[in-house]
Design a protein around this ligand. Sequence first.
Ligand code: S3P
Length: 427
Amino acid sequence: MREQIRPAASITGAIQLPGDKSISHRYAMLAAIAEGTTKLENYSTGADCQSTLACVRALGAVIDNRDGVISIQGRGLDGLREPADMLDAGNSGSTIRMLSGILAAQAFESRIGGDESLSRRPMQRILDPLRQMGACLDARDGRFPPLTIHGSQLHPIEYTLPVASAQVKSCVLLAGLYADGRTTVHEPVRTRDHTELALREFGADVEVLKRSITIIGRPHLQARTLRVPGDLSSAAFFLVAALIVPESNLTIHGVGLNPTRSTLLDFLVEMGADLKVLDVTSSGGELLGDVRIVKSPIRGGVLEKARTAALIDEIPVLAVLGAASEEGLIVRDASELRVKETDRIASIAENFRRMGLAIETREDGFEIPGRQKFHAAELDSFGDHRIAMAFSVAALIADGECVIEDAGAASVSFPEFFDTLHRAAGE
Ligand code: S3P
């Protein structure tokens, strides 16, 4: 699918976003191994979270979607059944990495794989800790999907993450549900804590001491009724759009404000964004509220170390903001971008080149000068949802109409993205 984006006069109105992708995955997986029927409101409509639903359905959970509320009949900790075919995680790294923690402990063998992009993504990071727990797994060429998982009895471990990854942390904690005793993960930098919060919601015993998280094995997980907050990483595209398009004034309702994710808002404010958070409430241990933003001059800034890790999904659209800012954007310590759905440093750089924008790339980041002119161009998502959406935002301030090739990739996390964007742009 090709999408045409015209320059916008303003980004205005009030919008609501689909449920947070990270939280949706976790709720679906925990619902499948809980006792009773979980009901999930505002579950992510993105293809990635539908892949998780399809996987847990193939493992025996009965799923129903009525009026947008997803019901999942849990099978209890030991009730999953052997899938008939290979589980399909589609494009979703979260699905394969987190679900593998559960699959490793089952009394059956399973295989899990995904699309071409997923098949190139590194799995060593979960194979290592799972093997330490006694899991028996094989990967293509020793490190890529598909994975073959021979379920086995797991034992608890204490594990220090070599990479800052919430997916790996979650994989170990989910495997820890099945290990008798205390499984502890130490994080070098804090990563999103949705798994810890969700585990507690479903009744597991989780202890958090600074950056060490311990799960006590063999809990009775209980079904819950939960509402998924709007996805802050999807909001990022609209926040940046409102900051760079003249005359913008936008409200985003019910968006997730978990402190391990809201570094985005702090960073935007630090760079000069006129942004207000209103009506903060909590649901399932997660904070959410409304965000109001108006067009503001943005200074630019530097992203490095822990902040880079906290903003890793937002970097493509922050690159666009950087080029429109006064002083530009420097990103360091971001080698993880090379192993996302695409090599995001390369995808950003290629679209910058097409729009006539300057960027200097390094192995683990880039430097973008500010005050740049965005030229109309044929842009490409390269099959990556966040690249599709980031460059649709860039197109809003180009000097003519842009085309985004393979724009349908956006539906991996946000199928309603183009409708919402066109509406906010007054079309
Ligand atoms: C996610 C963690 C991050 C993030 C991804 C979702 C999660 O990945 O980039 O989009 O839901 O835990 P890593 O764990 O690889 O950092």
